[in-house]
Design a protein around this ligand. Structure first.
Ligand code: GAR
Length: 224
């Protein structure tokens, strides 16, 4: 039985399921802005959500460098429009995952980033990257982890017939989509949902959740 069966009520449903308004860390501005690196493979809407939150003053950070693995992907166009430095590290040039990750580490370290956000990075990462940014590598995933790890989490949720799905921001560990959870938002699955409609509503919550989770992690790092 679906949690919300009236499609006209989906905004109310979103609100009913979501946590209270996300609070930001008021102590953050006394610190220098967090130097953030971002990795993206596709559209880049979560990358832009970080830029929007920085502009709005709700995330105390600077987007130092975007790395994409797909030349010409949407994230590149966003970076150009927002005038954020970006670089293509095309995974097709490497046959060994660890060597690709070594290049990512080198590039981010050369840019002196404090932390890295995987905002739609659709490649498996190795301990080379994970250990170089120990506890400072974040990932956003379109499900309520630990449910529906791996590829096409939204398709998995629809296939399983769950009533509630959502999104998760977590620290990256060696096990896929299994690191410590920083923040989650719930999204109802409606009777009428298809992949596109559910993805659209999950994205809306991701754009709200990701900057909040990064700020939360940053406040923990600065408190030691
Ligand atoms: C987001 O929904 C993100 O959760 C997902 O890719 C999308 C990227 O959207 N990530 C994964 O599935 C990682 N396993 P965007 O390019 O518009 O930010």
């Amino acid at each position: 039985m679906p949690a919300f069966s009236d499609p006209s009520d989906h905004q109310a449903a979103d609100q009913a399921l979501l946590q209270p308004p996300l609070q930001n860390d008021s102590s953050a501005p006394s610190q220098p802005p967090l130097r953030l690196g971002v990795m993206a493979s596709g559209n880049g809407s979560n990358f832009e959500a970080l830029a929007t939150a920085i502009e709005a003053g709700t995330l105390h950070a600077e987007l130092v460098l975007l790395i994409v693995n797909n030349p010409g992907c949407g994230a590149v166009a966003r970076a150009e429009r927002l005038q954020i430095p970006h670089k293509v590290v095309d995974h097709r040039r490497w046959t060994i995952r660890e060597e690709l990750d070594q290049e990512l580490v080198r590039t981010f370290q050369a840019a002196s980033v404090d932390a890295v956000v995987m905002a739609g990075w659709m490649r498996i990462v190795t301990p080379v990257l994970i250990h170089a940014f120990a506890d400072r590598l974040l990932n956003i995933h379109p499900s309520l982890l630990p449910s529906f790890r791996g590829l096409d989490a939204i398709g998995q949720a629809l296939k399983a017939g769950v009533c509630i799905s959502g999104c998760t921001v977590h620290l990256v560990s060696e096990e896929l989509d299994a690191g410590p959870i920083l923040a989650q938002a719930a999204v109802p699955v409606l009777d009428t949902d298809d992949h596109a409609s559910l993805a659209e509503r999950i994205h809306r919550q991701e754009h709200r959740l990701l900057p909040h989770a990064v700020q939360l992690a940053a406040s923990r790092w600065t408190q030691g």
